[in-house]
Design a protein around this ligand. Structure first.
Ligand SMILES: *[C@@H]1O[C@H](CO)[C@@H](O)[C@H](O)[C@H]1NC(C)=O
Length: 321
């Protein structure tokens, strides 16, 4: 028998709930990832994830770690909706009379869903990255201003120019006005180069790990096996595509710190990173990304397993019955 049928609304609600819990739990790590990936050699402010989080709390407060979280909280449900609908569509197209999909077809459906999902993912990342990185740039300017006024004998203005704190809506309006729709879709190619290979690594790895914990007689692995397989496969795939994530973060960042390189496109960015920062720079933020992806996958699987949406929908129906 195939998996139990879950309605699309239930899947959506589950995906939305998982997304909201996930964002709340791991957004600070995601912020540290963006800042670590964006700092180039020479003017590094943060030495590690914990260092970045501590400095962020000191200069921007606890909520500073959640700058940009509103973007994820608002868009995670539409993003999941597109992904689920696309995934269902491709799986349906690829399956012969309701049979279980073969692994290559499962990968193909995953890649197709990933490709459709970038319609929402790219603008989402674009806004999130500006908001997450703004604090790093402001802190850099402040340090420079302090150094300059220490050098000049008369300490006139120690204050750095007040950092403006645009909201996601203001950013969207400015981007659309100055660059049109293309402004919101900067880094689209890099996002695809990250998300499609992610599926190519994730699906076979998950299938193999999941199978390890299943005896020949069993149709399905126990929940904890699938749970662990999902977390491990997700993290491994995230680390594998991290070089593309670094390039994507750099391309999408509109503000540059002091003395930081600017890039004209994917290849230019990859070349400059290699030359100026060395190959290891492509792993910047990889540890954080693994720490973001594993809980996001884990939380989603638990929400689906518990069938939270199904229970909610039933609760809503009962009074009328
Ligand atoms: C926020 O959304 C982006 C775009 O889908 C995603 O890459 C990132 O992992 C999300 N962050 C969190 C903490 O959910």
């Amino acid at each position: 028998m195939a998996d139990k049928q879950i309605s699309l609304p239930a899947k959506l609600i589950n995906g939305g709930i998982a997304g909201l819990i996930g964002v709340t739990c791991v957004f600070p790590i995601d912020l540290a990832k963006t800042r670590l990936q964006n700092q180039q050699n020479g003017q590094r402010m943060y030495s590690s994830m914990s260092d970045c989080l501590i400095k962020t709390i000191r200069s921007e407060g606890y909520f500073g770690m959640y700058r940009g979280a509103a973007v994820n909280l608002t868009l995670v449900t539409p993003e999941k909706a597109i992904k689920l609908a696309a995934n269902d569509f491709f799986r349906h197209q690829l399956s012969k009379d309701g049979q279980k999909l073969t692994l290559p077809k499962e990968m193909l459906a995953g890649c197709g869903a990933g490709t459709c999902q970038v319609i929402v993912t790219t603008p989402m990342e674009m806004l999130k990255i500006q908001l997450q990185d703004a604090g790093r740039i402001a802190a850099q300017k402040k340090i420079l201003a302090t150094q300059l006024s220490a050098q000049a004998s008369a300490p006139t203005s120690v204050e750095a120019p007040a950092a403006s704190r645009p909201t996601a809506t203001q950013l969207t309006r400015d981007l659309l006005r100055n660059r049109g729709i293309a402004g919101l879709y900067k880094g689209l190619g890099a996002t695809l180069l990250r998300d499609v290979p992610f599926s190519i690594v994730y699906f076979p790895l998950f299938a193999n790990l999941d199978q390890l914990g299943r005896s020949a007689s069993e149709e399905k692995s126990p929940f904890y096996v699938s749970f662990l397989a999902g977390c491990v496969a997700g993290s491994a795939a995230a680390v594998a595509v991290n070089p593309c994530d670094v390039v994507k973060t750099r391309l999408q960042s509109l503000q540059r710190g002091i003395n930081e390189d600017t890039y004209s496109g994917f290849l230019d960015c990859a070349r400059k990173i290699w030359q100026h920062e060395g190959p290891s720079a492509f792993l910047k933020g990889a540890y954080c990304r693994a720490l973001v992806i594993a809980p996001l996958f884990g939380i989603a699987q638990v929400v689906y397993f518990l069938g939270i949406a199904e229970s909610l929908l039933q609760l809503l129906q009962e009074p009328q019955a």
